[in-house]
Structures are given as structure tokens and as C-alpha cells.
Write a protein that binds this ligand. Structure first.
Ligand code: ADP
Length: 680
């Protein structure tokens, strides 16, 4: 076994690999860029080597620096994680030259699977079912139209060198090919430096189901069952699970056998994933093979009890797989949610910044958190915006969902925007609960995007009661420390009016608290709260018994309401509180009835009219301005391009107008909400 391993990666995956090395008694070496000087993976590793500047192209992607870090520290093997150099054959060659072991498949297998056209041809020869289509390079629009007609619409235009959903487009008619072909091709050229395009049948309402395979150097190749990754946003996975709610044992076995056949056809060793697309009738078709550890590998580990990183290391050290196919069982159900630094309320724009507060849920037999950041750390614009992967395990799917929902409610992140409200909303959907998944799920369920208007998902009375108890305890404490003798000073009222505000508007809920003490000095909550929805005729009066734990500075209330488990995030704001729960975010102000009466008479302050300005939706670089002062623009016209997190975001005119003033020039660094230009 190796004595020392270098991890050529960063973030959660570097931390995850280090954990397994520790367990196996192997020393670890981290590598880091300028931006990652105090990153978690650097802190966790036994040694760390600085390898360059912040952009990955000047550090994590520089082969020579990593090879010399190995030589400098005496690392005998390298785990590449995913991304960066994990599927780079030059990297492998450079390591081999120095007799350093690459923990992963051999270069020829990576190469054979690196190209979509070539890998599909290979798969077809190996007896794997592939998506009907044309496996040749398409010259031009005319040829694309001809072939699409033969295949039958709808079709998928794909870049052979593609990855990450880039250079891929659906075409439902000849005119969509006309429009999409050249654009996909130029996207492929600029993203991969390779513009070879092909066409295959578009599978309607597809599911993405993939098979984990693992192979040693002694001729053993196994499949570790499937993961379903159909919950995707723009062809990018966000929630994955294992097993799939759609597969029966027969299909599972058939897919597993084909995956093994393909792996054997390329002499595959180490862990790999064979991706399939599955139609409504459970017919499955090979998509591609990923020749590395996948982001979503933890769900497989949770149901099989195997540590994939450990197996990869043992295989690289020449050991035999310790299990047989018959021994690979499916125990319970596992889910994974990818937590990203992005703002779901602003069309998922990437967010950067410092993690002011960062409290992941506690790990236990049902919850696993793979994270690479800690409180005070930074989400920088140089790397992938993933903050962590949150996994849950339960004895069945319903249990795994329940654990996941509670853990999402408890995940406390402040300082950067994150997609937890959106994940919580998806997991709360009935269709998700029913397992009716497809890659169209998000487009179908959120036709107008995600917003904060939908508070009907969860009973608002519970949140109102929690807010009421928190406020009552806060006021009681203020009365006590003001030196007033109980019974002689101001009496803490037990009747309040809670005004709830979401993007959908405001609503008043009068409440009555029955106990004198709602929260004791140890932070134990016990209170009966009567909630009335006042002015709304649909209002139901509800009496809720709240039990749980919360103290005056706690960010979380964890307890139950009438016996139903509930976790609510509470944040004290300059006026009132902000509560988050199950994908709903609401701001509440709590008043005595008299105060509420006066508040109602206060003139409403209208929000400033910002429609006259073009604001930068995120911190980033103003790449270009497409307009001049005095120019008349039409709805949809491009105004500016802002680059952030390696992505170019085109800002367009939301309505017709004239440009009055330009405040920023190309090349400027923009803060979020910074004014770029003003309309007349
Ligand atoms: P990439 O390598 O860019 O990730 P893939 O070929 O793996 O591209 O496809 C990514 C996703 O696109 C799949 O998970 C699926 O949702 C969708 N997709 C790809 N090919 C098809 C197809 N022929 N029909 C329907 N959906 C497809």
C-alpha cells in the first residue's frame, strides 16, 4: 500500500479523498493556489504545496507543477478527484514517466471514452444499446437537415467533444436546425476547440440513469447498481439518488451487464460511470462513459456500504476487489443535493463572497455532508461554485426524502446566496415524492422560474408560531434585564400581531400565547400558540403546541409543532425576523395590537424605482458594452456582457427605451447591483 498520496484537486472532493486516506493510514499532500491558501483541504492534509496563481489554468491545471509537488514531497500516487486533470492523458503520461501511480483508469480507456462519436461506435460494437442516430461528423446545415429527417424529429444536436451540457441543442423542426446548428457548432469550437457535430434522436421525457462500475487489474469488473440523476437544470445534475425509483430488477441487471461489457471492451480499471438515457418504456440507451470518480458517487456508497475512493486506491496499488457481484446489495435509499453558491431568486446567478456564517447539519447515520469550505472561508469566482454535497440515507425513499428536507432546513449559510430554498422546494413537490422524474422536471414544475411567492407549500401558521415564540422570549428577556421586578414592571403581552411579508405581499396573523414563559433559560421551548389568520376569510384558526430548542441567539429552531418535526431558520433583522423553511422565505414583523394599528396608518414607503437603471446582477467583470449614450434600444437587445464564475452573462433590455447615460466602461470590476447605465 502507498505511504503517501497527493490529491490534485481542491474543495469538497479533495477533502473527501483525504478522509479516506486518513482512515487507511496513508499520509496526504494537498496542492493549492493563491486563492486557496487557507482552504479546508490545505488544513486537512498532512502537507501542502503551493502550485501557483488563482486561475486554475495557472495552478490546478499545470501538469509540471503537480508532478514536481509529488517529487518534492515523495508522494507515490496521485488521486485526481473529478474535473481539472482527472481525464487528461498528458497528465498520466507525465506521472508515468516519474513512476508515480495515477489513481484511476489507464490512458487508452480515458481516450477511447473521451469522444462521444468514437465512444458510441465502440459501445455499439461491444453490444451496448445506443441512441438511434447518425455517428458521423455532420458537415453543414443541409446535411444536418437531411439526417434529422431520416432519424425523425425531435433530434439532439451534439458536439462530439462535448461535456457539461455545452454544444448541445434540441431541434424539433427543420427551422430549429437552421437556427441551432451553427450556434451549437461555434459553442463547441469555443468551449472545446473542436467543432465536430453529430445528431441523435431526442428521447422524450427522458430519465438519466447511470451505472457505477469498478474494475481491478485481475480481470474483475463489477457494477455497483445505478444512480438516477434526472433532476437537472440546463442539463446539469442537481439532485441524484440511488437506487432509481424507475428501475425493476430486470432492467437494472440488463443495464449493469451492458455497463460491464463496455468497461471490459476498453480494459477499464478503477471506478467509472456508464451513463444511460432511459425512455418511458424503460428502454435504455448509452450516452457516455465518465472515466473518473463522479460528483454523485456518495449515493452509491450509502446504499452499498462501499468506499469508492478506498477501492480506487486499493486497485491502483494492485489489490484485488474484495467483493463479488453477488455481494453487491442495495441497502435502503440515498439522495444527494448539490448546494451551489447561486441565487435562485435571481435566475440562479452565481454568487461569490465570504461565508459569514456556515453551519452544516450534523452528520449521523442518516446525513452525510461532503464540504470543502468552513465559516469565514471564501467562495471565489475562480472555481466551481459548489459549496457542498448534502446526502441523506433512509430505509426507504420516503425516509431519505424526509431526512433530506430536514437537513436542508437546518443548513445555515449566510454571506453568499445559495440554492437551498430551491432544493427544498423541489424535494417538497408531490411529483418528486411520487418519483415521477424526468430531465424536464424543473422546466415543467417551474414554468415561470423559481420565486418566493409560493408560500402555500408549507403551513405558514407554524412559521408564525415560531416567530411569535422567538419574539415573546426576546421581549421577556429585555424586560428582565432592564431591572424591572417581575409583576411590578411592564408585563410582557401574550397577544401579538404577526405581519408576514413575502414577494406575494403581506398578511396579518393575530396570535395568542398561553404560557408566561415560552423559552426557559436552557433554551427549551414549550408553548401553546393560537394562530388566527385575521383578515383573510380563508383563515383557519389553529392551536399549535410547539416544543423544541432555541435560544435568543440561535440561528435555528429545531423541534416539533403538534408532533410534526420542524426546523426553521431564524435571523434577527434590524426590524423583525427573517424565517426560512422548506423553500419558503418570509420576513415577519411582530407588534402589539396597538402598535399594529399605528403601523397600518404609517405611510407606505415605496421602493425606489430602479427600472431606469441597468444594475449588475452579480459581482463580476464588465466585458463589453453594446450600446452608446443616446442610442434607442428595443426589448431583448443586448446591452452589456458581464463575466462571473467563468460564465458570460448577457444583459438585455427588458423594454424599449433610450440610453441616457453610461456609468461604467468595459473592463470595470462591478459589485452586485452596481449601476452600469441609465435609461431616459
Ligand atoms: P454532457 O457530456 O455535455 O454532459 P451528455 O451526453 O452526457 O452531455 O448529456 C447530458 C444530458 O443531456 C443528459 O443527462 C440528458 O438529460 C440530456 N440528453 C443527452 N442526450 C439526449 C437525448 N438523445 N435525448 C434526450 N436527452 C438527452
Amino acid at each position: 500500500m502507498f505511504k503517501k498520496i497527493l490529491i490534485a484537486n481542491r474543495g469538497e472532493i479533495a477533502c473527501r479523498v483525504i478522509k479516506t486516506c486518513r482512515k487507511m493510514g496513508i499520509a496526504t499532500v494537498a496542492v493549492y493556489s493563491d486563492a486557496d491558501q487557507s482552504a479546508m483541504h490545505v488544513e486537512m492534509a498532512d502537507e501542502a504545496v503551493h502550485i501557483g496563481e488563482s486561475p486554475a489554468s495557472k495552478s490546478y491545471l499545470v501538469i509540471e507543477r503537480i508532478v514536481s509537488a509529488c517529487k518534492q514531497t515523495g508522494a507515490e500516487a496521485v488521486h485526481p478527484g473529478y474535473g481539472f486533470l482527472s481525464e487528461n492523458k498528458e497528465f498520466q503520461k507525465a506521472l508515468a514517466k516519474e513512476k508515480i501511480v495515477f489513481i484511476g483508469p489507464d490512458a487508452p480507456a480515458i481516450e477511447a471514452m473521451g469522444d462521444k462519436i468514437a465512444s458510441k461506435k465502440l459501445a455499439e460494437k461491444a453490444g451496448v444499446s445506443i441512441v438511434p442516430g447518425y455517428l458521423g461528423v455532420i458537415k453543414d446545415v443541409a446535411e444536418a437537415k437531411k439526417i434529422a429527417k431520416q432519424i425523425g424529429y425531435p433530434v439532439m444536436l451534439k458536439a462530439s467533444a462535448g461535456g457539461g451540457g455545452k454544444g448541445m441543442r434540441i431541434a424539433r423542426s427543420e427551422s430549429e436546425i437552421q437556427e441551432g446548428f451553427e450556434r451549437s457548432r461555434s459553442e463547441a469550437k469555443s468551449s472545446f476547440g473542436d467543432d465536430r457535430m453529430f445528431i441523435e434522436k431526442y428521447i422524450e421525457q427522458p430519465r438519466h440513469i447511470e451505472i457505477q462500475v469498478i474494475a481491478d487489474r485481475h480481470g474483475n469488473t463489477l457494477y455497483l447498481h445505478e444512480r438516477e440523476c434526472s433532476i437537472q437544470r440546463r442539463h446539469q445534475k442537481i439532485i441524484e439518488e440511488a437506487p432509481s425509483p424507475f428501475l425493476n430488477p430486470k432492467t437494472r441487471k440488463a443495464m449493469g451487464k451492458q455497463a460491464v461489457k463496455l468497461a471490459k471492451a476498453v480494459n477499464y480499471v478503477s471506478a467509472g460511470t456508464v451513463e444511460f438515457i432511459v425512455d418511458r418504456k424503460r428502454k435504455f440507451y448509452f450516452l457516455e462513459m465518465n472515466t473518473r470518480l463522479q460528483v454523485e458517487h456518495p449515493v452509491t456508497e450509502l446504499i452499498t456500504g462501499l468506499d469508492l475512493v478506498e477501492l480506487m486506491i486499493r486497485i491502483a496499488a494492485g489489490e484485488k476487489l474484495p467483493v463479488k457481484q453477488r455481494g453487491i446489495r442495495i441497502n435502503g435509499w440515498a439522495l444527494e443535493s448539490r448546494i451551489y453558491a447561486e441565487d435562485p431568486y435571481r435566475n440562479f446567478l452565481p454568487s461569490t463572497g465570504r461565508l459569514r456564517r456556515y453551519i452544516p447539519p450534523t452528520e449521523n447515520a442518516n446525513i452525510r455532508v461532503d464540504t470543502g469550505v468552513q465559516e469565514g472561508g471564501e467562495i471565489s469566482l475562480f472555481y466551481d461554485p459548489m459549496i457542498a454535497k448534502l446526502c441523506s440515507w433512509g430505509k426507504d425513499r420516503a425516509a431519505a426524502i424526509a431526512y433530506m428536507r430536514a437537513a436542508l432546513d437546518a443548513y445555515y449559510i449566510r454571506g453568499v446566496s445559495h440554492n437551498i430554498p430551491f432544493l427544498a422546494s423541489v424535494l417538497g413537490k408531490k411529483r418528486f415524492e411520487e418519483g415521477e422524474l424526468s430531465t424536464d422536471f424543473i422546466a415543467d414544475e417551474y414554468p415561470d422560474g423559481f420565486s418566493n411567492k409560493d408560500i402555500s407549500a408549507e403551513d405558514p401558521a407554524i412559521l408564525v408560531a415560531v416567530a411569535g415564540v422567538a419574539h415573546h422570549a426576546t421581549v421577556s428577556r429585555a424586560v428582565t434585564i432592564s431591572g424591572q421586578i417581575p409583576g411590578h414592571g411592564r408585563k410582557v403581552p401574550d397577544h401579538w400581531v404577526v405581519i408576514v411579508t413575502t414577494d406575494a405581499g403581506s398578511q396579518e396573523f393575530p396570535i395568542w400565547l398561553s404560557q408566561e414563559k415560552t423559552v426557559d433559560s436552557a433554551g427549551i421551548v414549550s408553548a401553546t400558540v393560537r394562530v388566527s389568520a385575521g383578515s383573510s376569510p380563508k383563515a383557519v384558526r389553529k392551536t399549535l403546541q410547539l416544543n423544541g430548542a432555541w435560544h435568543l441567539a440561535a440561528p435555528l429552531f429545531i423541534g416539533d409543532a403538534n408532533g410534526k418535526a420542524v426546523t426553521v431558520q431564524i435571523e434577527k433583522r434590524p426590524v423583525g425576523y427573517r424565517l426560512s423553511h422548506a423553500g419558503t422565505r418570509m420576513d415577519v414583523c411582530i407588534y402589539t395590537p396597538r402598535e399594529a394599528e399605528l403601523v397600518r396608518r404609517m405611510p407606505r414607503k415605496l421602493p425606489p424605482d430602479l427600472s431606469k437603471y441597468l444594475l449588475s446582477p452579480m459581482p463580476g467583470l464588465l466585458v463589453s458594452l453594446a450600446v452608446k449614450e443616446g442610442q434607442v434600444v428595443k426589448t431583448g437587445e443586448t446591452l452589456a456582457v458581464v463575466e462571473a464564475m467563468k460564465m458570460e452573462n448577457v444583459l438585455r433590455a427588458e423594454r424599449d427605451g433610450t440610453i441616457k447615460k453610461i456609468l461604467e466602461r468595459a473592463g470595470a470590476s462591478l459589485a452586485v447591483d452596481q449601476i452600469i447605465l441609465e435609461f431616459a
